[in-house]
Ligand binder design. Structure first.
Ligand SMILES: [Zn+2]
Length: 227
């Protein structure tokens, strides 16, 4: 049962000056608690992997305070920091640093985000048995998303920029079934992930875009088309 209102993207992901008019959605107490545990972890970790100016400023202002309060995350984070080579689009390698990162926590958070955005934009209430799936991907799906968008009426599309580019997302809702929504999200200019999926040899994939699909369970097939 929804008994409170929750920010779809936690306020702590944004600089203080960028926290106005963030999307909200109803949430139950239980989900709210689980989601905010994920947010505490990710707000400390994601800015390290971002490429956007907001990520850098967040690192120098918000993150140290949060790490102070969370010594365990702090130890894990700095203990695991290491140099790596990031392969940018076009094949150029850039020097960067990566931290070990629990990708499952991001995936779990994005499932809440997908449900929240579907409600925020279209008053779509997804039930527990509705499907929400997440894909952390390189930016290869953009063309596919464009072609999906071209088939949708404008009122079923959104294109949003929160906090001066801290979060960018686009979404669409299918006319039938209405539970079918697709979201493309990037934070901090595209986060460079390094978790278990990191390849041998020190290269990291740049996962600039995250996909969220909501809908009935047949939708699993739609997301597998993108792999
Ligand atoms: Zn709940």
């Amino acid at each position: 049962m929804a008994d409170s209102e929750d920010h779809v993207f936690a306020r702590q992901f944004f600089l203080e000056k960028d926290r106005k008019n963030l999307p909200k959605a109803p949430s139950c107490h239980d989900c709210n608690c689980k989601k905010s545990r994920l947010e505490t972890y990710l707000a400390a970790v994601l800015p390290f992997a971002g490429r956007h100016a907001q990520a850098v400023e967040n690192l120098t202002t918000g993150v140290p305070k949060r790490l102070d309060k969370n010594r365990r995350v702090s130890r894990e984070l700095f203990g695991s920091m290491k140099p790596a080579w990031l392969r940018e689009d076009g094949g150029i390698y850039q020097r960067t640093s990566v931290v070990d990162f629990d990708g499952d926590k991001l995936i779990d958070l994005l499932k809440y985000v997908g449900r929240g955005l579907a409600w925020h934009h279209w008053r779509l209430h997804l039930r527990p048995h509705d499907e929400v799936s997440v894909m952390l991907a390189k930016d290869v799906g953009t063309m596919l998303f464009q072609s999906l968008l071209a088939k949708m009426r404008p009122e079923r599309q959104v294109d949003e920029n929160l906090g001066n580019g801290t979060v960018l997302y686009r979404g669409l809702q299918a006319p039938d079934p209405p539970e079918l929504t697709v979201w493309m999200i990037s934070m901090y200019g595209g986060v460079v992930l390094s978790d278990d999926r990191q390849r041998a040899g020190g290269d990291v994939e740049s996962c600039t875009v995250w996909w969220i699909f909501t809908g009935p369970s047949e939708l699993k097939q739609a997301s597998s088309l993108l792999r």
